[in-house]
Structures are given as C-alpha cells and as structure tokens.
Design a protein around this ligand. Structure first.
Ligand SMILES: *Cc1c(COP(=O)(O)O)cnc(C)c1O
Length: 456
C-alpha cells in the first residue's frame, strides 16, 4: 500500500520557533514547570489539545468573508443550520460559543439535585456542568475501556447491562437524559459502535429516557465504525453519521473539534418544550438564537468545516496520522494506551517511569521532559490533574498518562517523525528523570495554575 499522504497542500504558513535546550530550561523554570503557563510561541510542536487548534481551509477562510454580522436572522445562521441538519437532523438548533455553553444550558434546563446523568464517560466540562446543578454524573463505559492494554475495537462503548441496572436502581424518573460521548475523549478518544448506540437507545426507550450524544468527534467515530464494524465498510461516512444521530433525541457539540473551526458549538434537540426554555436561557447567557455568542463568520466557517470533516480522504489521513505516531512510539518499546484513539496518543507514564511513585507525578515529569528535550508540549492526565480530593487528601489517579493531542490538518509527517524521535530519546534516559511536587497549588483544578518543582 502507498503512503497515506496529507490530502491538502499548504497555501499559508505559520512559522514555529526553534529554541535551544538552554532557552527551554529557562522558559520552563520561569513557568514553574507548569506547561499551561508557558507562552505558546516558546513551544515548537504544541500537542496540548486538539480543541480549536485545527487549520482552516481556503474555503473556510473564503466563507468567513461572506459572514453576515446581522444581529438577527443572518444568512450565516441559515448556512450553518443547513450544514448541521444535513448530518444531524434535529428539530431545534441552538448555536453557542463553545461546547460547554451548550452543556451548561442543557443541564440548567433539564437537571436538578435529585437527578443522575449516565454517560459512557463524562468529559470534564460535562461532568462539571452536571454537578453544577447538584446532579450526579455517572460513568458506565465497558470494562475494556478502563484497561489500557485491551485491544477491543470499540473501547468507548456503554456498558449496556450496567446502564439498565443503574436505571432500574435509581428510577427512570430521576434520569432526565442519558448521554453518550463519541468518541470517548476521557477514555482516550475511543470509538462507540453503531450497535452500542442502537442498544443504548433501546434501553433508553424502555424507560422513556431521552438520549443525547456528546458529538464533539462524531466524524472520527463514524470513520472507526466504517473501518471496524461489520456491515459498514461500504456505507458512506455521511450516512453512518446520519444513522448515529437517528438514534438520538439531541446532541451537544464543540465545533472546536470535528467542526474544524477555531471556535463555536451548538445544542440540538427534538423536544419543543426544552428547546423553548433552552433558547430563553441562551438569550440570557450567550446571545440571540441565530448567533448564540458567535459571529456570522464563525458560523460560516463551521458550515464549511462540517462538509470537509466527513470527507473520507480527510478522515483516512486523520486517523492514519494518529495511528502512525502511536505505532512508531510503541515500536521503540514506549508504553502507550492501546489501541490508539482518534485524536491523541496517550503515553503510560507509570510504566515509562516505574521508579517515580504516583504521588511524585510521573506524568508531569515526563510532560516537562518532552518540552525540555524537544520543545513538545503535551498534557499530564493523571495524579496532578485528578489526585487532589475535596477533603484535601491526595490519592493516585487510576492512570498517569501524558496525552499528545494532534491538531487537525496542522502538522506534517516530518514534524510527527520529530515527535516520535524526541519521545524515543527521552525514553532512553528515563532512569535519570526525577519525581515532582507542588510548590503551590490552588484548591481546585490545580493542574492549570499550580506550580511545580523537583523532589530532592
Ligand atoms: C471539548 C469537549 C467538550 C467541551 O467543549 P468546549 O468547546 O471545549 O467547551 C465537551 N465534551 C467533549 C467530549 C469534548 O471533547
């Protein structure tokens, strides 16, 4: 088979700045060893997140010039609506400035303190928005989804039996909505099968519970279905997407992921009463219902992004490039989560640095080292992020991972080869790496603004 190439050429370039190890040593020390504190122009290859970091196409930039900034009834809104309806035909569509605004509006309207919301795995903003209403966010992913070494093709699947058991125990009247996140971001970008979406729908139907899809990476999920699920290899991605959403009563979306845009999101649903209340809330917090916190040009960029993200050449390249990085890192013996997900490669820092105990944040030590050695910025997802308990004690996270998230259409294959080399070189001198400690930490979300130092 021939090399899977980037299905685009580059018209406009954005220089990235080479730095020396000595310079990076100073930058990271000045940032108190917190990668969120770095200035991004001191980063060579930025794999902190795939959110809002996509490159837009010439067509998207062209469409932005046609954005119409009318306060109400802008044609940009109708172009956006047509693009969304083509893939996810829900009756009511509510634009928002990003995904978490859609979540906030939905849960403010449908959830209260007596409620529980099941999901395969709640993304952190989803969980926070559920909990902000006093409701419980329940994660019910299949057991294989929690095992970093399992090669199950759909590790994002909902545990159907556990879902039904949870509903009967809790009482369907206490579950206003069931969510399903595609792909499962917190679980490593792992896909959910069509069969599992259908089965989740059947369980919800039995108990009269609406099903909402957290749709952020719907196109990547559809591609995995096409590749891995029997019966779908000859179905177009667009038709797979339409079938996925045909089982749902609504969705929340961040256009910063599979919208191929730098900003934006939406909330969509079929329930008219909820839609009326959500729109009223939208006007209070985001803006008028035909722009919802976005500019007209943002809406046009999303409309074109949705056409481009389901193109099969694009998805073939996209998923192959993630798998390429994962395969080459793993071939050097570096422990990673298997199989690779859609948007990121996760290095298992506990196995990479077995001499550093979890409470000395092996993931943070590794993430800092990738920056120091090669100017690469990843993100610790482990004990520094999740270990602090509400009562102030600390327990190790279930896994200590370093996520290398891959922005869409942004880096070339040789840049990814460089990433692989840096990881391999750091792996070779891993025995000399040291554990870390917090020198200052806020009470919540400490990984964003906390300060680190090395243990002696
Ligand atoms: C990014 C993300 C969100 C939140 O979207 P924002 O645009 O960042 O507010 C919600 N769910 C999932 C699965 C995500 O990946």
């Amino acid at each position: 088979m021939k090399t899977i190439i980037e299905p685009f050429r580059i018209k406009s370039v954005e220089p990235i700045r080479m730095t020396t190890r000595e310079e990076r040593e100073k930058y990271i020390e000045d940032a108190y060893y917190n990668l969120f504190t770095l200035h991004s122009d001191d980063v060579l290859i930025d794999l902190l997140t795939d959110s809002g970091t996509s490159s837009m196409s010439a067509r998207q930039w062209g469409a932005m010039m046609q954005g119409d900034e009318s306060y109400a009834g802008s044609p940009s809104f109708y172009r956006f609506k047509q693009a969304v309806d083509k893939l996810m035909p829900f009756k009511y569509l509510i634009p928002t400035h990003q995904g978490r605004a859609a979540e906030s509006i939905l849960f403010t309207i449908v959830a209260d303190a007596s409620h529980s919301i099941p999901n395969n795995t709640h993304f952190d903003t989803t969980r926070a928005n559920v909990e902000a209403q006093g409701a419980a966010a329940i994660d019910l992913v299949i057991a294989e989804g929690r095992d970093p070494e399992s090669n199950h093709p759909f590790k994002g699947n909902m545990d159907i039996e556990a879902l039904e058991k949870f509903i009967t125990t809790k009482g369907p009247e206490n579950i206003p909505v069931c969510m399903l996140t595609v792909t499962n971001n917190s679980g490593g970008g792992q896909p959910v099968s069509m069969e599992n979406i259908r089965q989740t729908r059947e369980v919800c139907d039995r108990y009269g519970i609406p099903l909402f899809i957290d749709a952020c990476r719907f196109a990547e999920n559809a591609w995995f279905i096409k590749q891995r699920e029997p019966g779908y290899s000859d179905v177009s991605v667009e038709n797979i997407v339409r079938e996925m959403f045909s089982y749902a009563d609504g969705c929340t979306m961040s256009a910063k992921k599979d919208g191929l845009a730098n900003s934006g999101g939406w909330l969509a649903m079929n329930n008219e009463d909820w839609a009326v209340e959500c729109r009223n809330r939208l006007i209070l917090t985001e803006g008028f219902p035909t722009y919802g916190g976005l500019t007209g040009r943002d809406l046009d960029a999303i409309a074109i992004g949705l056409e481009e993200v389901v193109q099969e050449d694009y998805l073939h390249y996209r998923i192959a490039s993630t798998q390429y990085v994962a395969r080459h890192i793993a071939e050097a013996g570096v422990p990673i989560m298997q199989p690779a997900g859609g948007h990121a490669v996760y290095i298992d820092a506990n196995r990479f640095l077995p001499h550093i105990p979890p409470l000395q944040y092996p993931g943070q030590s590794l993430a800092v080292e990738l920056y120091r050695h090669g100017g690469i910025r990843g993100c610790e997802i482990g004990t520094a992020m999740f270990g602090l308990q509400p009562d102030g004690t600390e327990i190790p996270a279930r896994m200590d991972l370093v996520r290398l998230a891959i922005p869409r259409r942004t880096y070339t294959q040789s840049q990814m080869d460089y990433v692989v080399e840096v990881v391999q070189e750091v792996f070779e001198y891993r025995d000399s790496m040291r554990g870390m400690k917090f020198t200052r930490q806020p009470k919540a979300l400490r990984h964003f603004t906390g300060r680190f130092g090395y243990v002696d």
